[in-house]
Design a protein around this ligand. Sequence first.
Ligand code: HEM
Ligand code: HEM
Ligand code: FE2
Length: 471
Amino acid sequence: MTVSTLPTDSGSTATFNRSGSQLLAWTFFATCMGLFALQIIYGFIMGFAHMGYDGLHEFLPFNTARASHTNLLVVWLLAGFMGAAYWIVPEECERELYSVKAGWLQWGSLVVVSVIALIGFHMNWWEGRKFLEIPRPLDYLVVVNVLLFIGNIGMTIWKAPRMTTTAIVLYFGLFTAALLYLPGMITFDNQVHDSYFRWWVVHLWVEGVWELIMGAILSYLLIKMTGVDREILEKWLYVIVGVTFLSGVLGTGHHYYYIGTPKYWLMIGGIFSALEPLAFLGMAIWAVGVARRGGRQHPNAVALKWSVGCAVMSFVGAGFLGFAHTLPQVNIWTHGTLVTAMHGHLAFWGAYVMIVLSLIAYVLPEMTGRKLFSGWRSEWAFWTSNIGITAMTAAFGVAGIAQVYLERKGGMDFLAVQEGLEVHFLGLILAATLFSAGIGLFMWDFVRYGMPKPQGDKVVTGQVSDAKVAA
Ligand code: HEM
Ligand code: HEM
Ligand SMILES: [Fe+2]
């Protein structure tokens, strides 16, 4: 075991051993890569099924592929957030993780639950509630797992010599995300009640507390890479948190339009959800502004590109494309169509996939001491995946609008319309191939970086990242 002396951005010098939490964080990121690859495979299976090539149907019906695709996404993003916490919190708090052992136990149980859930979906063991398909007994294991995680990170912060706004916002986001898992575990015998509380999980995650996690990781990356003052950056983080909650909580109403809930939700949901893009716009302006002020001189330019790109693309996918179908007058037609899939892909990509990939792109050189970020691969990974997913979004969008007009406005039969839309899925598959090529390059780089080096051989954290740039 080696001990490193880390120059920190606060100017102080912290001495602590963090070999353990570093390897732990890396293992979470490696898990992300594996599950992400699997998620993409299920995406292709569904893309082909939509084109009319549903040869696997006997063994793998569409609903199984869909549940696997979306749940894998959620699990690998959560693994990414956990890896992020295991990396960021010790550094922000200037002490090692409270218990590295508990961290490994938590990782192991997460993998076990995920594998059982995935196999379960294939054996028709699932709950059938979109995004919350994991069967109830496994939910209890998830709760234990998350308690272990939240406790470990909480104790690390509690016992730390330093508490930063970034660490607190990150923790608050993770803690509230854990709490909000619980409403999805209540059993109802009424469809409306069940749907009502399902949105407390799904909506309040992605349009509420996950935004805090995203904001905190973004704040960490901008502090490290731009050299702009922590005080200025973190002040804006509070403003963004405020706008997120102000709009996002009552914005839940945009899922209560015509599902059997009282009429006042039409007004409340419409008004407040229409304000939600402001939080994403704020984040984009913040990130672009800070990156400009910092002069973008950090050697790992591609990690900064991912970070600023994340803020911009989340505005496009979540803010702009979310707004496109959030008003009740529009949503009455578009609800549950491929228009939703269009928005779902770019919103998840811009906000949550990109924030995890940003952090990985930043952290790998720090962990391994290698500087692969200047190679062509990392640059191409960024552009190809972003252009690919934008084209996929367009394909879903065109198919979705056609679907709305034919099925909802024209009154054509659902399946007849789906057949008419098959050609659009050729476009989707082509775009998804481009996208996957970009992700493949990212993963290739991940493998080439290799395992983290024990700290002490080299001072990994801080040296590159804390290079001060004139603000
Ligand atoms: C990063 C943030 C966001 C993500 C990841 C996201 C993702 C999603 C996903 C996956 C769905 C489908 C959910 C389901 O049917 O179970 C959805 C639905 C929806 N989203 Fe978002 N979203 C985000 C932000 C927003 C914002 C800011 C708005 C509004 C301005 C918005 C408006 C909507 C609406 C209206 C629906 C319902 C669509 C329907 O009726 O079928 N979203 N979103
Ligand atoms: C090769 C890449 C991919 C392909 C071909 C693909 C394809 C699909 C298809 C065909 C669906 C089902 C649409 C339906 O219900 O008819 C779907 C759902 C979904 N995918 Fe993907 N996908 C891919 C990658 C991704 C990525 C990278 C993300 C995250 C950023 C993602 C997030 C989602 C979400 C959130 C849904 C549910 C959307 C909804 O609620 O309507 N997918 N995908
Ligand atoms: Fe929502």
